[in-house]
Design a protein around this ligand. Structure first.
Ligand code: FPP
Length: 241
């Protein structure tokens, strides 16, 4: 039997990387060990996405709410981020990956902010994939900041004009959102941008998420018929495209 040709690849995949803490607790380990293992999964998934030909990958690394976690865990997360940037930047640049950060990076420790600024500058020529890391990020917070950035916004307001004021300006909306860790919620991630995004939830905890799982999520996406509110008949006539 001939299998159906796969649909198009998602241009932009966004991921809510959940389950590091549970992964560690299930093994009788400290939550921080779970985050450490989470970084290993992150490295693999970034490489796999680039290899698969994904143009944009956006990772939810730290929410505005996560900033209220105990100082020890938060500091460990900052350390892991420092380490990730220091160790992976050369590899990212070599692979044509441009780094972008969304969220309120000014809430991060000063040295980490500097490290990020430097990484953004050094990787800016990357044309193969944009890797966006959401740090101190909240979707509602992003929308409020966008509104405050656009005085006189009410005149000729359009979705396109508003989108330019968001942190994700210049990046297409996600085609596919993956959430690991078994919860069925959005947790204040990319609220504006996911209006028509396909959603993929998996029980797999982030440290166990692999390139195989990423391929599975991409295949799921390729079986979806995206209609953007139109009828199947309109879609087959090419209306709206
Ligand atoms: C959720 O697990 C994950 C986080 C709070 C963020 C940690 C993310 C990483 C370590 C990878 C990011 C790294 C880079 C470089 C982008 P949780 O602690 O909420 O898990 P739980 O729900 O099981 O408690």
């Amino acid at each position: 039997m001939k299998s159906e040709p796969p649909g198009p690849l998602p241009r932009h995949i966004a991921i809510i990387m959940d389950g590091n803490g549970r992964w560690a607790v299930a093994r009788g380990r400290d939550r921080i060990q779970g985050h450490r293992q989470g970084i290993e999964a992150t490295k693999k998934v970034v490489k796999a996405a680039r290899r698969a030909g994904i143009s944009c990958l956006t990772l939810f690394a730290l929410s505005t709410e996560n900033l209220k976690r105990p100082a020890r865990e938060l500091n460990a997360l900052f350390d892991l981020l420092r380490d990730y940037i220091k160790k992976e930047l050369a590899e990212l640049i070599k692979n044509g990956i441009r780094l972008k950060v969304i969220g309120r990076a000014e809430l991060l420790p000063k040295d980490l902010q500097k490290l990020i600024q430097d990484a953004l500058k050094k990787s800016r020529a990357g044309e193969k994939m944009v890797l966006t890391i959401a740090l101190c990020y909240g979707g509602r917070d992003e929308i409020l900041r966008a509104v405050s950035r656009g005085p006189g916004l009410r005149k000729n307001l359009s979705e396109k004009k508003f989108g330019i004021l968001l942190d994700t300006s210049g990046i297409p909306d996600p085609d596919l959102l993956i959430r690991t860790g078994g919860e069925f919620r959005i947790s204040n991630f990319l609220l504006w941008q996911i209006a028509y995004t396909e959603l993929y939830f998996t029980k797999t905890l982030w440290p166990d998420f692999s390139s195989r799982e990423l391929r599975k999520a991409i295949r799921f996406y390729q079986t979806r018929e995206r209609r953007f509110g139109l009828t199947p008949e309109q879609i087959s006539r090419g209306v709206g495209s």
